[in-house]
Design a protein around this ligand. Structure first.
Ligand code: R5P
Length: 301
């Protein structure tokens, strides 16, 4: 029977493990006086000889939670897991997926390789920034795009909508729901200063006048991308802007920045260890889609 080890505190992860029908095995943790972390599978005999699914996410405290995830994977192997599947709802560092400036590492590949070295055979993640990251993982991997679920939730707020990607990289995220729902879609051209992080948009004709726009992105971090894009769309005559993004990190004053730009609602998935309770933000449950993909990947169907 499939056993699940869930990163402590990841509430959405427990729900997903239950949905897959896995047996949740308790995990305890503590911090040593010098700050080092400790994790233990409470009943390792429940793992022995069984396929094991580690359920995790890497935001916030990316490195701490990466290390806890690695410890869970190692503990599962030591306890005799027959197969190891990792569900990591948010794969941190995935935006550093190539060398942008000479002298940089490809941090996303470091994470993918470390996970494989620790013993992960199959990997499922949600809306990784670029699928290129998974090419660094030498095992089977699945990237689950959930923009269709987010947009289905958003369209209750709109009339005559158009789906828009805030940059060309997010085009597939916009085309998936647009195709499913029979809606028009387009994209904006964004430029980010690699050193200062400042975002500007290059003018491009998009048919938004008098229409509602559903913006589709993977991550909201500082909110700069979404705020700039929304401001420009509203200036160009859009009636209302609804934002959908898979991972709502909302760093610092991101939410007030987006609110000030005139956004009507922000719809995100429940992929992180934290949730933001804010009048603009709504969470969408993606557990059914994740559980189906996990059941497939772990061979339990
Ligand atoms: C960039 O290519 C990503 O898809 C997101 O648009 C970006 O990372 C969001 O970051 P921020 O909210 O800081 O603009």
């Amino acid at each position: 029977m499939l056993s699940a080890l869930v990163l402590p505190g990841f509430t959405a992860g427990f729900y997903i493990a239950e949905r897959v029908g896995a047996k949740i095995v308790r995990v305890s943790e503590k911090v040593f006086p010098d700050g080092e972390l400790y994790i233990r599978i409470e009943e390792p005999e429940k793992v022995a000889g069984n396929p094991v699914m580690v359920v995790s996410t890497l935001y916030p405290n990316q490195l701490e939670n990466l290390f806890k995830t690695l410890m869970l994977i190692d503990a599962a192997r030591n306890a005799g897991a027959s197969r190891l599947v990792l569900y990591v709802a948010y794969l941190a560092y995935s935006r550093q997926d190539k060398i942008f400036l000479p002298g940089e590492p490809v941090s996303a590949c470091i994470i993918a390789r470390v996970l494989k070295t620790a013993g992960v055979e199959r990997l499922l993640t949600v809306d990784v920034h670029s699928p290129r990251v998974l090419e660094c993982f030498e095992g089977s991997s699945v990237n689950l795009v959930v923009s269709d679920l987010l947009v289905e939730h958003a369209i209750k707020y709109v009339t005559n909508p158009i789906i828009i990607a805030p940059d060309k990289g997010a085009l597939e995220r916009a085309s998936l729901p647009a195709g499913k729902l029979g809606l028009e879609y387009d994209y904006l051209i964004k430029q980010r200063d690699r050193t200062t992080g400042e975002i500007t948009y290059i003018p491009r004709e998009v048919k938004v006048e008098g229409r509602d726009v559903v913006l589709v992105d993977d991550i909201i971090s500082t909110g700069g991308t979404i705020a700039e894009a929304s401001r420009m769309l509203l200036k160009n005559g859009a009636r209302r802007v609804i934002v959908t993004a898979t991972h709502g990190l909302f760093v610092g004053n991101a939410l007030s920045k987006i609110g000030d730009a005139g956004v009507y609602r922000i719809i995100v998935a429940d992929t992180l260890l934290v949730k933001h309770f804010h009048p603009l933000v709504e969470y969408v449950d993606i557990s059914e889609k994740v559980a189906a993909a996990l059941a497939d990947l772990s061979g339990s169907t």
